[in-house]
Design a binder for this molecule. Sequence first.
Ligand code: PEP
Length: 249
Amino acid sequence: MRKKIVAGNWKMNLTSEEAILLFDQVSEKISNQKSVDVMVFPPSIFISELAKKSNSSIQIGIQNFYPKDKGAYTGEISISQVKNIGATHVLIGHSERRAYFNETELFLKEKVDIALEYQVGIVFCCGEPLEIREANQEMTYVKKQLEDSLFHLSSDDLEKCIIAYEPVWAIGTGMTASIAQAEEMHKSIRSWIAEKYDKNTANSISILYGGSCNAANANELFACPNVDGGLIGGAALDAEAFLNIIHSF
Ligand code: PEP
């Protein structure tokens, strides 16, 4: 079953006091929220404290981890540690990690496999940079990202993943994809899954849109037949804006 999901990626922002305040402001207002799954990805150092908050209707994910069980990897966090501190989801393939930390398709595949092994939910990001869109190569580019890091999975495992389409040129730029561009890509992603697996699998996966999604445009984006919610960066740092996005369905 495709779920409606709104996820906030806080990136490398906020003090611990600000993170707790933001979390509380959002969770207070959505305690009865049933129709939309709400998720936040805080900086990892705040997760333990946020995860301890009982009765919260917000799921907590981590922005990054290292795909090895344990060992001499100074500065890194393993997937079992992620689970141990209460995170239920991981972001994999965010364009900032691909670009600034050189995370390759193969490395992302390793992350996908170990997250599934440890039964941690995955939000897998894909999306093309501006030059690829300008060369009209976005379909080939995004399809390859999915083929290289996700399409080796069984349909049962793929169904445990959430996909986020985030055109790189729209992230943090204020340049949102048009409704037609977002729907075209989401529909294509679903059709590639149907081709590779089957229609049931394609129809059970939530595909989120990310890239300058805000309270003013969420409504139109979420109304697209193949858009199941959003991965929100900047606007997730403001409780009112994030709540308005959640209520845009
Ligand atoms: C993101 O980084 O995942 C994102 C969508 O950012 P923004 O909403 O700020 O464009």
